[in-house]
Design a protein around this ligand. Structure first.
Ligand SMILES: [Zn+2]
Length: 335
């Protein structure tokens, strides 16, 4: 009898942990997933939750541990590939969070692979979405709570010494900025164009701006504590001048960010993802227009195609699965 084999993908974010199981051919419709909110009680809460979710998935689907070929862990970084831990992540809490070792101990039959979520996402785009002409020089950028990314250059995934290549959200796009990033530096791209950045810039500017914010204030019942990126984009769409100026700033610094990425990696295509792509109608068209008509203001290299991924919620999970598939198949993209 031929016993079916499976691969496992895990996506660890500040809000959700998702676990998926699939056969190695990764047919989208056959991938089974489960998710819970990210627990933050102690250092081992996350690995315990993953073990418990995966165990439930195995039981519910009548799968034995020895049918597992490999487990991929995609996590918000920074990661340390040597220790298998996440360190200094403000959203997950704790200085060090052990991930790989506690999971490997419980599933000794299957190799466990660790990757940061930006790098995982570009693998997902590579397998599920990109066409052949763009696969070898491909970038993924997430605009979400923060800004992160993954880069495939010359057909190789860029990983870096610890596993944290392509921390593009911390590229400094304004060296005169007074706005400090979570990382400690001033003027990072994420300070202007992430969801948190848009919200914080609006909260600071609303007190002094001379532009009308009537629509925004009406939407939030004059309660500034209700402002998030979502309200800013909605008000901008409705013609609110103040909100429009914040969105313009988000878009302008995204042009600078894309220009840096294209100067460094000379990419064929950039796929955007992350929660802010719910408002992609206000973000992507001006970026596409700029790089189609006047790229030279922002990049010296031939401009990239700019697209939106169709996988907004699940891209890290799909990337974790793709990592396992590519590792087991010896795909040269992983070196
Ligand atoms: Zn930063």
């Amino acid at each position: 009898m031929n016993i079916e084999k499976y691969i496992v993908g895990v996506d660890i974010g500040g809000t959700w942990i998702r676990v998926a199981i699939s056969t190695i051919d990764l047919q989208k419709e056959d991938i089974i997933t489960k998710a819970i909110q990210t627990p933050k009680e102690h250092e081992y809460s996350i690995s315990n939750a993953i073990i418990s979710l995966l165990t439930q998935l195995l039981i519910e689907n009548g799968i034995e541990k020895d049918q597992l070929l490999g487990i991929g862990l995609a996590t918000a970084g920074p990661i340390n590939l040597e220790t298998g831990n996440v360190f200094n992540n403000a959203n997950l809490g704790f200085r060090e969070i052990p991930l790989k070792n506690p999971i490997q101990e419980r599933f000794p039959e299957a190799p466990v692979y660790l990757i940061n979520d930006g790098n995982a996402a570009v693998l997902a785009v590579h397998f599920f979405e990109a066409d052949n002409s763009e696969k070898d020089n491909l970038v993924y950028i997430t605009l979400s709570t923060g800004i992160g990314g993954g880069v495939i250059c010359n057909g190789r995934l860029l990983i870096g010494k610890d596993g944290n290549a392509a921390e593009i959200g911390h590229g400094i796009v304004n060296s005169h900025s007074n706005f400090q990033c979570n990382c400690g530096a001033f003027g990072c791209w994420e300070v202007y164009s992430s969801g948190t950045g848009v919200k914080n810039r609006a909260l600071e500017a609303i007190k002094t701006s001379k532009l009308s914010s009537k629509i925004l204030l009406f939407m939030i019942d004059n309660d500034e504590s209700k402002i998030t990126a979502k309200e800013i984009f909605q008000a901008a769409r409705g013609g609110d001048k103040f909100s429009k100026s914040i969105v313009d700033q988000c878009v302008f610094y995204s042009k600078v960010g894309i220009g840096l990425v294209n100067n460094y990696y000379d990419c064929t295509s950039i796929y955007f993802g992350g929660a802010m792509m719910k408002d992609s109608d206000l973000i992507l068209p001006p970026l596409i227009e700029q790089f189609n008509t006047e790229p030279i203001l922002f990049t010296v290299n031939r401009p990239p195609r700019i697209k939106k991924t169709k996988f907004l919620e699940e891209i890290g999970l799909l990337g974790a699965l793709t990592l396992v598939k590519y590792r087991l198949e010896g795909n040269p993209i992983l070196g």
